[in-house]
Design a protein around this ligand. Structure first.
Ligand code: CA
Length: 360
């Protein structure tokens, strides 16, 4: 009787394997491996920027059971840090990891999807992207470029930059050559600076050789490793990039060809790796800042004087009026951000801000 029951159980197991497991294995084996290439604006090793696409590709590989593989090329390989939008658009790469405000020369509306001077904080901006209509507006803006754009990791509030000399008046700024991208660069140009954008690999050399007098990069977690403080020890607090969101760019035609499963895997991996980069960068800056007084006593932390902040705000408002008059898409995005920020800021004020103000 016992042996009959054993035989019966074995038979049931064999039937179950044939009926349920084998078709899955066969389907998985039959599924063609998808191989994609991603171009980064960054060099090979620039944590946490380079960790976001790396982590995303690892998650995609694991979740797809090795059936969706993404190779990552740094700018050392493709040699075109600011050409990745075009490369994805033309299908030379399937994806890229970059920042939307680098495309302001091609399309001014795309500038507003990274961060804006005096704009939203990271929490406010993520709320806008995912629940306040931001994702839909971003897609609308990228439609004519035939790519999809997704959040790619946030730096949180950035520092205002490194200056060789202390800045006390508006006159101290006039004539300075500074690396500062995005809308903030245009604000600084209005204040009399000569503004440029330079790829990350050339930043230190440009400052050392005097091609530029000042620069902003990110925050202590990334800046101190670059050594800027050795040449320009005045480190200003930020106003210009309160929530810099990097981006994943995806060729739309290639995305549409993916199976529903791979679309979901890729989307989930991008979202998770983007949020993880924000946390990683917060950690890196906390660690670096904790050591700043003991390890780097020559760094002098400053905040721009009220006169300069006022001039920056005014220049910002004038430029916004000028640019939005020319680009309805930019206006639509900025109007949406402004309305959302008004709502979200009241909450920030009575929650995080109220807490911090009494607990520093
Ligand atoms: Ca920056």
């Amino acid at each position: 009787m016992r042996s009959l029951s054993l035989v019966w159980r074995k038979l049931v197991t064999v039937i179950a394997v044939c009926a349920f497991v084998l078709p899955v294995i066969t389907a998985n084996a039959a599924e063609k491996t998808v191989r994609w290439k991603l171009a980064m604006t960054w060099g090979t090793n620039l944590p946490p920027f380079t960790d976001a696409p790396k982590q995303m590709a690892e998650m995609v590989e694991k979740m797809s059971g090795g059936k969706f593989l993404i190779r990552i090329d740094s700018s050392n390989k493709h040699k075109s840090p600011f050409g990745v939008l075009d490369m994805v658009k033309l299908g030379q790469y399937d994806m890229a990891h970059s920042a939307s405000y680098y495309w302001k020369g091609k399309d001014i509306a795309l500038l507003s999807l990274t961060t804006m001077p005096f704009g939203m904080t990271t929490n406010e901006q993520y709320s806008w992207f995912y629940y306040g209509g931001g994702m839909e507006l971003m897609q609308k803006a990228y439609e004519k470029h035939k790519v999809l754009s997704f959040p790619g990791g946030n730096t949180g509030a950035q520092m205002g930059g490194w200056f060789a000399k202390e800045i006390n008046t508006l006159d101290d700024l006039k004539g300075l050559k500074m690396r500062i991208p995005g809308f903030a660069g245009e604000v600084m140009a209005k204040l009399g600076l000569t503004v440029t954008n330079i790829a990350v690999g050339e930043l230190y050399m440009s400052l050392e050789r005097g091609t530029i007098d000042a620069l902003e990069w990110v925050g202590p977690g990334m800046d101190i490793a670059m050594g800027f403080h050795k040449i320009a020890p005045y480190y200003y607090t930020g106003w210009h990039e309160p929530a810099t969101e990097l981006q994943f760019l995806v060729n739309k035609r290639k995305f549409d060809k993916l199976s529903d499963k791979n679309k979901e895997i890729l989307t989930v991996a991008m979202k998770l790796s983007a949020y993880d980069m924000y946390i990683q960068n917060y950690h890196m800056s906390s660690e670096a800042w904790a050591k700043i007084k003991t390890d780097y006593p020559n760094i002098k932390v400053r905040t721009f004087p009220a006169e300069i902040m006022k001039a920056m705000r005014e220049a910002n408002e004038e430029l916004l009026a000028e640019k939005t008059a020319k680009s309805p898409m930019l206006k639509e995005i900025l109007d949406s951000q402004k309305a959302y920020m008004q709502k979200a800021r009241s909450w920030t004020q009575i929650s995080d801000f109220a807490y911090l103000k009494d607990n520093l």
